[in-house]
Design a protein around this ligand. Sequence first.
Ligand code: FES
Ligand code: FES
Length: 273
Amino acid sequence: MGILSKLKALFGGSAEQAVQSAEKVTQEVKQTVDSAIEKGTAAAHDAVNTMEEMATHASGAASGIVKEASDTAREWTDAASNAATAASARLATAGVRAIHGATSSQPTGSTTKVSITINGRKTSAEVEDRMLLSSFIREKRNLTGTHIGCDTSQCGTCVVHVNGKAVKSCTMLAVQASGSEITTIEGLSSGGELHPMQAAFRDNHGLQCGFCTPGMIMTAVDIVNREGADVDEKTIREQLEGNICRCTGYHNIVKSIAAGAREMGESAKQTAE
Ligand code: FES
Ligand code: FES
């Protein structure tokens, strides 16, 4: 039996009616299927969105935990570093106090005659045994270019040369320096001419307030005496560790020292010729 005959038998109408009915049924089935697909797709999209949201939350939570842990670690590191700095400062202070304590426990008026050559001039004086070299230079000889920034061996503003070597004069007693040759910042220039290192600091803006400058220059000359005129920037920075400047950020100080070193080298060559 042909398809039209079968449709005729089923619907009892003409074949065209049967085809129309079939098309209608097909249309309804198609709509039902489309609707099911649409719902399924929407449900699938919802599921994907939900999963993405969950993943975002999970990632956010994980990164929050990591950040918190890193912040805590940083806080602990800072605290440890601060504690170490404070401990080191207290240690230095304790060292200087020990010197003062040891000497101040002696009978009042305990004095010793010292004989020191400062900037080429021999000088003798009766001093208290506990007097620091920095105080001797400033108070007994009025050479106030040597500054005192801390009195606890940290800042380097009091650096002078004792027998040609840089020394923090607040770490030494005047009686210990007896018999020594000392150069202070006032003794660096000669014949009214600035020392090449002093000129380099002036020319390269190596200072602002100038408080650290005498100690910086005395240390700088010592660095060049030991390391030579071609001393590199890394060495200069490392060896300035004991000199603190609160103003400049050190950049122009390092630049000045490198320039001063070259000039010292040139002067030495000319003197040799
Ligand atoms: S005063 Fe001597 S190191 Fe500061
Ligand atoms: S220039 Fe001011 S402390 Fe160094």
